[in-house]
Design a protein around this ligand. Structure first.
Ligand SMILES: Cc1cc2nc3c(=O)[nH]c(=O)nc-3n(C[C@H](O)[C@H](O)[C@H](O)COP(=O)(O)OP(=O)(O)OC[C@H]3O[C@@H](n4cnc5c(N)ncnc54)[C@H](O)[C@@H]3O)c2cc1C
Length: 347
């Protein structure tokens, strides 16, 4: 049996952020991830300046692709305008591996299956033991399944379905573009150039709304690639897109049970307007570490539910993605969190 102070399941941004803080405070930490890093993570790879600051990332010393956009070009129903939301672009393949190595934790390639509580400790697959457990395993996190699913069932109306491809491409257009609601898509499509001739193109939409009208993101892919072709953004390219889903922010009643915590996509923390999950994942990882180190309450209320600066943009996108015509929009999980309607269970 390998004994640690904390076991973290998942080595994405939530897991590595939590691990780094614990290791910096002198704790022995194991991160278990089913994948060998560097691994592919489907993601457009925008990160906010706030997330970069939270990570204390020295951009000059970061050894991989890193670009900065002062604004995003948004296309809505034939109108084009600039969204003043500064962003950076990275490749998750590189970024996650860098952050995980930087954390200083012991990293094991393990697909976590069984988690038990024995004499106040958590025991994973009869091989790893620790008094603290952090679930950072993304949408299919086994810690969520073992301890949190009953208290926080996934809210279907918050599920975002995506389809995307990242590939080497010698792009000419250096700006990031978003197309909202094209062909009735309850979401948006993106074109995100990366440094040194890489590109990420993808589509995301609210799964339940698509399903309700017999639609899916794959059907929108053809239209999107036609738009890229017509605009000369990507020409004569043979795509190989893949799909993945994750959850936007709703009410989350329980984020800690005894000494088990959940973070990032395991909770469902992506913003309700631009569907950004990296920054919230990092913040939740830091907050879990702080709670383990100081005994403070683990609360996610300080993590923003939206990305856009302007309230009107937040409200519009939230309404269009989640509330408008959502069949089960009255369910408890469809409402944004507020301090009055959230019960955080902490010991
Ligand atoms: C197509 C797409 C585009 C996106 N674009 C953006 C964007 O541009 N900007 C942004 O901010 N957010 C974006 N997001 C959301 C963002 O990718 C996630 O919110 C973020 O990765 C969450 O981080 P995490 O650490 O919680 O989970 P993850 O990054 O998913 O990491 C979870 C880790 O857990 C591991 N794991 C899972 N199960 C097990 C198991 N049983 N045992 C061991 N390990 C396990 C996985 O291998 C994985 O490495 C996008 C998402 C998608 C799908």
């Amino acid at each position: 049996m390998l004994n640690y102070d904390a076991l973290i399941v998942g080595g994405g941004p939530a897991g590595s952020a939590c691990a780094r803080k614990l290791v910096q405070a002198g704790r022995r930490v194991a991160v278990l991830d089913r994948e060998v890093f560097p691994r592919t993570k489907l993601c457009a790879g925008w990160v906010t300046p706030e997330a970069v600051a939270d990570l204390e990332l020295d951009v000059e010393a970061y050894p991989h692709r890193f670009s900065t956009f002062k604004y995003i070009i948004a296309h809505i129903k034939g109108f084009t305008f600039k969204l003043d939301t500064p962003q950076h672009s990275i490749r998750r393949f590189e970024f996650d591996d860098y952050l995980l190595k930087r954390s200083g934790a012991d990293v094991y390639v393990r697909k976590v299956k069984n988690i038990e509580r024995e004499n106040g400790d958590y025991v994973i697959d009869q091989e790893f033991r620790a008094p603290f457990l952090v679930g950072a395993g993304g949408t299919r996190c086994p810690v969520y399944r073992a301890f949190f699913r009953d208290a926080n069932p996934r809210a279907k109306e918050l599920q975002a379905a995506t389809y995307e491809h990242e590939f080497p491409y010698d792009w000419n257009e250096a700006h990031c573009h978003l197309w909202f609601f094209d062909k009735g898509l309850p979401g948006y499509a993106w074109y995100v150039p990366k440094a040194d001739a890489y590109l990420n193109c993808g589509i995301g939409g609210m799964a339940e709304k698509l399903k309700a009208r017999g639609d899916d993101v794959k059907k929108h892919w053809r239209h999107f690639t036609d738009v890229l072709e017509k605009r000369g953004l990507v020409t004569d390219f043979d795509y190989a897109p893949k799909g993945y889903s994750y959850y936007l922010r709703g009410n989350v009643d329980v984020v800690r049970v005894d000494d088990a915590f959940i973070t990032g996509d395991a909770v469902g923390l992506a913003t309700r307007d631009l569907c950004e999950g990296i920054g919230p994942a990092i913040r939740s990882g830091h907050l879990a570490a702080e709670s383990i180190l100081t005994g403070s309450e683990y609360s996610l209320e300080a993590i923003s539910t939206h990305s856009a600066e302007h309230a009107i943009v937040r409200k519009l996108l939230d309404y269009m993605f989640i509330r408008r015509h959502t069949p089960s929009s009255k369910s408890r999980s469809s409402k944004p969190r507020s301090s009055s309607d959230v019960r955080q269970q902490a010991q």
